[in-house]
Write a protein that binds this ligand. Structure first.
Ligand code: GDP
Ligand code: IMO
Ligand code: MG
Length: 427
């Protein structure tokens, strides 16, 4: 059976966690392939709220295997806390959680450098989550990273840490004029993490390829979203991984030809956390209403999310890059009561109209949105379970999105819980 991907089509926080949890009953294995604890995926089941940073959002389904692939950067302390919190709710996890030995670890010095760099007065501030993501991926590219296989081997861990901490202390003390880190302290901490996680560490890529051969259904859960991709997003205001479907094969260790179905998740509007261009951004009453009724505050950092209209050229760009077969459009309920609802259909840049998304960031920064307004709806959508029962104006808005983006909808989400959902029959 071909694998399915669930990818954020905007700037993250589209509701990927809800969608993965919703459809995991059809999966055998759920795989995270990139990112780290910068992700915050919210799942609400029977009124209970879970926010997953590293655990795949399929964990609430008993019997399903969950995998952290080689492309993920794992903060072992955060992962252990998350596992313990999860198991404290009475659910078993360790026997069905696999961690790639090739996944890189986020070490305390990565978080320290991330925060020191962001705190600098000079240079660009990205507004990162402070979870050490950029420095961990930088070490991976520099070939100085510590992988899970190193973490579980005390001798290798010690040798790697000695070299890394000596170097990073130079940076911390000389460039940032801050206090150095203690290698013994980090080693003791990390050795404990390694012992705790060792039983789950294995060669996940081989296992996933075997699963594909035996027709198991794999779901790949993206973190972040296309516009935050290191190559294809709004560089430098991006994260440090390939958070679109282009990252799946490398980040999981499977052939790209195995990914048979691509689901793009987008909100019926847009949000962005952190700095960087966001052409459809709204300020004032409508933005405040979206933020309040959509609870648009970061699941990882609690920061208020910037809010704007759905950006059609950006979504069309995401769809063409990833090859989405279908869309999951979330948070339609949040737009109730706005009177009119908008779509950004193009941009005006230096006096010229552009219908395509400009990938050069300064152009995007200079873009003024061209907004088309549509009639809104007032009804509470939380209990709607079929497309036909949506208000006509809401159906028209969904049709505008899907026809302009060029991808049909498969799932419409009208609330945060599993059952606040409209599934297309064939989905
Ligand atoms: P993710 O990072 O893509 O998994 O998304 P987040 O969990 O960070 O943010 C999405 C937020 O919206 C979470 O609080 C979800 O519980 C919530 N959510 C998801 N779908 C819907 C929806 O259709 N309506 C409403 N009101 N909330 C939703
Ligand atoms: P999920 O998976 C929204 C943003 C940060 C910052 C930029 C770089 O929940 O959708 P980083 O810490 O990755 O170096 O920060 O990326 N960012 C996210 N924004 N959702 C996320 O994840 C994000 N993960 C990172 O706010 O602008
Ligand atoms: Mg999130």
């Amino acid at each position: 059976m071909p694998a399915t991907s669930v990818i954020g089509a905007q700037w993250g926080d589209e509701g990927k966690g809800k969608i993965i949890d919703l459809i995991t009953d059809r999966a055998d294995v759920v795989v995270r392939f990139q990112g780290g604890a910068n992700a915050g995926h919210t799942v609400i089941v029977d009124g209970e709220k879970f926010v997953f940073h590293l655990l795949p959002s399929g964990v609430l389904h008993p019997g399903k295997t969950n995998v952290l692939g080689n492309g993920v950067v794992i903060d072992p302390g955060t992962l252990i806390d998350e596992i313990e919190q999860f198991e404290a709710s009475g659910r078993e996890l360790m026997s069905r959680l696999w961690i790639s030995g090739a996944a890189h670890c986020v070490m305390p010095y990565h978080k320290r450098v991330d925060n020191l760099r962001e705190g600098r007065k000079a240079g660009i501030t990205i507004g990162t989550t402070g979870r050490g993501i950029g420095p961990a991926y930088a070490d991976k590219a520099n070939r100085t990273g510590i992988r899970m296989w190193d973490l579980v081997d005390a001798d290798r861990l010690r040798a790697r840490l000695e070299a890394n901490v000596a170097e990073v202390n130079e940076l911390i003390t000389r460039v940032y004029e801050s206090d150095p880190l203690d290698v013994d302290e980090i080693f003791e901490l990390a050795r404990g993490w390694g012992e705790r996680l060792a039983p789950s560490v294995r060669e996940t890529g081989r296992q996933l390829r075997d699963d594909l051969k035996t027709s198991k259904h794999l779901f790949f859960e993206g973190a972040q979203g296309v516009m935050l991709d290191i190559d294809h997003g709004t560089y430098p205001f991006v994260t440090s991984s390939h958070c679109d479907s282009l990252g799946i094969a490398a980040g999981a260790g499977v052939s790209p030809r195995e990914i048979g179905h691509q689901l793009g998740v987008c909100k019926a509007y847009c949000t962005r956390v952190g700095a960087g261009p966001f052409p459809s951004e709204l300020h004032g009453e409508v933005a405040d209403r979206l933020r309040e009724s959509g609870s648009e505050f970061g699941a990882t950092t609690g920061r208020p999310r910037r809010c704007g209209w759905f950006d059609v050229p950006a979504a069309r760009y995401a769809a063409s890059l990833c090859g989405f077969d279908g869309l999951a459009i979330t948070k339609l309920d949040v737009m109730s009561g706005l009177g009119e609802v908008g779509l950004v259909t193009g941009y005006r840049i230096a006096g010229e109209v552009h219908e395509e998304y400009p990938v050069d960031t300064p152009m995007l920064e200079a873009a003024e949105p061209i907004v088309t307004m549509f009639a809104g709806w007032d009804e509470d959508l939380g209990d709607v379970r079929s497309y036909e029962d949506l208000p006509a104006t809401c159906r028209a808005f969904v049709a505008e999105i899907t026809s302009r983006v060029g991808v049909p909808w498969e799932i419409l989400s009208v609330g945060p819980a599993r059952d606040n959902t409209i599934m297309r029959e064939t989905a």
